[in-house]
Design a protein around this ligand. Structure first.
Ligand code: MTE
Ligand code: MO
Length: 528
């Protein structure tokens, strides 16, 4: 076709397309090697420097509250997987673009890589627990990526140059292409092997082994047995005690903090007569209190599942504050976690006689790692974001005027008692039921006020009293049931509860932000 100008043009465009594709592939492979090598180095220097984790953590902290609420509501416990997938997808797109650029202008591609490196390093270094060593994984990854990109770009250019000389598949073109493919394969294998080795090395930092070796002492103050009749056996109804495995998890951590007991201490400081510092051994030697309480997340939507009930074991938080000598005038305990999370709790609430704990046990076991091992704070009646600091390591006695915590800086309320809520667990939304006797059942909670009544209505008719299961104190939720004579048709069931003061749940719909959702839960079902 040399005589045909249009054909020549097509051919040139075809060659350029191929070059861009080869460049994109080179960019992707360079990025994959960078991540693999970074993981390997993080396996030596520690998990905080892993660039995806560091960037993800920075993204979480910089995300505006409405987007966070959306992510929690939309992706639930999978919000972190969604974030990591998003980061990797963005990285892949940029890597492909950088590669396509590099094949024309290598220096520009390398500059793009350096910009990525700078982003990764600054994210790693600004993470709350990070040290200078946490820059190493990204730096090593970017250096190797630069090498891979350079080699692949040279090989691709050699192949393209041979093809550009208008020869049929000649020896030289075949050689260039083979060199590019071989180099690509080597890069892919290097990425996989270094990444895999890094994953294995990172297991050293796991706290699971240390947790398995902990023996919890017996409680000095046992919780009374859960009354028979507090725990009903209705299929589909939330069990009275939520197992550790099914307890909801909400935190800002992409990677669960791994705290080794021998490195952990709890410091109480600030407006106190004397600072105290406790090791885990010290904490376990204190008289431990067993207490049943329901923990609820402020992000729980009406009818949502971010609530759980457990038997906790821990040291008395008010006793610890008294031992430190908390001064008059201090109205806030600002607790800090190893992950940098800060949570503010009113001193008055902690000291008013309720069982506020530094908890070490959950349902007869050491705290699970994702629920705060080795120790977390708990205050009955308060939403988790103002009370339930996991992996807690420091309590500063201070004032609301002087300091603000993570979520309160982002506009959430500083005073946040858990709102009265009730939920229909069965029947499920849009269930198809047979006419006749149907058991409607669910849970209701108003921690530290207790539940005094639950009522159900059908299709906006009169409110009917549900039967409450026995109460296990005022800090836990209560199951309820209501027998319904269901007639054929489409029906809406609604529920509302009254707390221990007699106050009935408001029908007014309020959003999660800034102090918890309100409104009545409802389900629509079909009866035939
Ligand atoms: N360190 C730390 N503690 C934390 C959080 C967090 O993000 N980091 N989230 C809080 C919130 S918002 C809630 S609702 C509870 C949830 O506790 P769980 O994950 O054990 O259910 O933990 C609280 N403690
Ligand atoms: Mo929460």
């Amino acid at each position: 076709m040399p005589g045909n100008p249009a054909g020549g043009l097509l051919r040139i465009r075809g060659v350029m397309m191929k070059r861009s594709l080869a460049g994109a592939l080179a960019g992707l492979l360079a990025a994959a090697t960078a991540l693999g090598v970074a993981e390997l180095v993080a396996g030596i220097s520690g998990p905080l420097g892993s660039p995806v984790v560091a960037v993800g953590g920075a993204v979480i902290d910089l995300t505006p509250v409405p987007v966070k609420d959306f992510a929690i509501a939309r992706f639930g416990g999978n919000d972190k997987i969604a974030l990591e997938t998003g980061i990797l997808a963005l990285l892949a797109i940029f890597a492909a673009v950088i590669g396509a650029l590099a094949i024309r202008w290598l220096a520009a591609g390398l500059a793009g890589l350096a910009a990525f490196g700078a982003l990764g390093v600054s994210a790693a270094l600004t993470r709350p627990m990070a040290g200078p060593a946490d820059a190493a994984p990204t730096v090593a990854g970017v250096l190797v990526a630069a090498l891979v990109l350079t080699l692949l770009v040279r090989a691709a250019r050699a192949a393209a140059a041979a093809q550009g000389e208008h020869r049929r598949l000649t020896a030289s073109e075949g050689l260039g292409r083979r060199r590019f493919l071989a180099a690509s394969a080597v890069a892919a294998v290097a990425a996989a092997v270094s990444g895999g080795a890094g994953e294995m090395l990172l297991r050293r930092f796991s706290a699971a082994g240390a947790r398995a070796r902990i023996r919890l002492p017996a409680a000095a103050v046992r919780a009374p047995a859960v009354p028979t009749g507090a725990s009903l056996d209705v299929p589909g109804l939330s069990s009275f005690v939520t197992s550790n495995a099914s307890f909801y998890r909400v935190d800002t951590d992409l990677e669960v903090p791994q705290v080794l007991p021998e490195q952990w201490t709890l410091r109480i400081t600030g407006m106190v007569d004397r600072d105290i510092e406790l090791t885990l051994g010290d904490l376990l030697r204190l008289p431990l209190i067993e207490h049943d309480m329901t923990l609820v997340c402020v992000s729980n939507e009406v009818g949502g599942s971010y609530a759980g009930n457990a038997r906790w074991l821990g040291a008395s938080l008010p006793a610890l504050l008294r031992r430190a000598g908390n001064r008059r005038g201090a109205d806030q305990v600002l607790s800090t976690s190893v992950d940098g999370m800060t949570i503010s709790t009113p001193v008055g609430t902690i000291m008013d006689g309720r069982q506020a704990l530094i908890a070490v046990g959950m349902n007869g076991q050491p705290l699970p790692v994702e629920h705060g091992f080795p120790a977390r704070m708990l205050v009955p009646g308060l939403y988790g974001y103002v009370s339930a600091t996991k992996w807690v390591t420091r309590l500063e006695v201070t004032t609301f005027a002087r300091q603000r915590a993570y979520w309160t800086q982002r506009g959430y309320a500083a005073q946040a008692p858990i709102r009265t809520e009730s939920r229909i667990d069965v029947p499920r939304p849009l269930a198809q039921l047979k006419a006749g006797r149907v058991i409607v059942a669910g849970v209701a909670w108003a921690p530290h006020r207790g539940i005094s009544a639950v009522e159900v209505n059908v299709d906006g008719g009169p409110w009917r009293s549900a039967t409450l299961a026995a109460a296990d104190g005022i800090d836990t939720w209560r199951q309820w049931t209501w027998p319904w004579d269901a007639a054929p048709g489409l029906h809406t069931l609604q529920v509302r509860a009254a707390d221990g003061t007699g106050a009935v749940q408001t029908p007014r719909r309020a959003a999660v932000f800034p102090s918890g959702a309100t409104g009545w839960d409802s389900v629509v079902v079909t009866v035939t």
